[in-house]
Design a protein around this ligand. Structure first.
Ligand code: CP
Length: 314
């Protein structure tokens, strides 16, 4: 495995949260926290990336991650290129590496990459020039490290710490890079308890979540939780016949008012987005007083600024 760290253990790329020390995560969260501004204020800006160029390469759809990386880079003073992959020369058969080399020749310094295939961010790290940085913006079902960081920042801002917390994640855990990155970060931060609950055919291999309890029953999984995170069914990663019926799924696994009432009264509700209302979450919960879903989005920009500052500082 190619290292995402330099010889002193500092982050040069961000491919996965697995293997990050607690202090490395908290340093990023602390920096992101300083970049947040109250709603209605102007966003935080600095010139940490002045003269640099950030290329967004999203080979899978995205709204919030792509927009968030783009805004984060601009707020750090970088030039930003968001390649429209569908009209790029990849559609004419150009390889991924030739696309990267072409943009590297135009002096792109940071590549933000999302791809459906496992291993792509690491593969790019192996082939780019030493000064170039790679940030994983979603890799198959395996890693979504900046989502994991923004989720940790959101939890920390509401709950203060992690060691006493019960965190419950409900949904398509098997295909979820969000759940994997959250579990990597929660393990490093010493979470009290991580519970995972999924339909039988969407349960993960326990070896992928060594510090979590895989719970059979949704009500039991939510009982007494401090944080309840609902996940989207990743239809794009399963055969048509494996996709659950939406109404049946909502009845059995949807986060609705009755289920949420089993969590602690001050529990927060999270969802990485995009949401399918009335499938994994009831609209009144998504928009309700316990929901921090929009805060997750806000925190994402600050986290991505903190990550880009950190990798360009080494
Ligand atoms: N959470 C997340 O990755 O959302 P997008 O697919 O819209 O980027």
């Amino acid at each position: 495995m190619i290292s995402q760290f330099d010889q002193s253990g500092r982050l040069r790329h961000l491919i996965t949260l697995k293997g990050l020390e607690r202090t490395q995560i908290t340093d990023l969260l602390d920096r992101a926290e300083t970049l947040l501004r109250p709603a209605g204020d102007l966003p935080s800006r600095n010139e940490a990336l002045a003269g640099r160029t950030v290329a967004n390469l999203f080979f899978e759809p995205s709204t919030r991650t792509r927009a968030s990386f783009e805004l984060a880079a601009r707020r750090l003073g970088a030039d930003v290129l968001s390649l429209d992959v569908s009209t790029s020369s990849r559609a004419k058969g150009e390889s991924l590496l030739d696309t990267i080399y072409t943009l590297q020749a135009m002096q792109c310094d940071i590549f933000v990459v999302r791809d459906a295939q496992a291993g792509i961010p690491e593969f790019i790290v192996e082939h780019v020039a030493p000064h170039v940085r790679i940030l994983n913006a979603g890799e198959s079902h395996l890693n979504h490290p900046t989502q994991g960081l923004l989720d940790m920042l959101t939890i920390r801002r509401h709950k203060g710490g992690f060691d006493q917390l019960v965190v419950t994640i409900i949904g398509d855990i098997h295909h979820s890079r969000v759940a994997r990155s959250a579990s990597h970060a929660l393990s490093a931060l010493g979470v009290g308890e991580l519970r995972l609950v999924a339909p039988e055919h969407l349960r993960p291999d326990a070896r992928d979540f060594p510090d979590a309890a895989i719970v059979d029953d949704v009500d039991r999984a939510i009982d007494g939780a401090d944080v309840v995170m609902a996940l989207r069914i990743q239809k794009e990663r399963m055969s048509e016949t494996a996709v659950p019926d939406p109404a049946e799924y909502f009845r059995r696994f949807g986060l609705d008012p009755r289920r949420l009432s089993l969590a602690k009264p001050d529990a927060i509700v999270m969802h990485p987005g995009p949401m399918n209302r009335n499938v994994e979450i009831a609209p009144e919960i998504a928009d309700g007083a316990q929901s921090v879903i929009e805060e997750q989005v806000t925190n994402g920009v600050a986290v991505r600024m903190a990550v880009m500052e950190a990798v360009m500082a080494v």
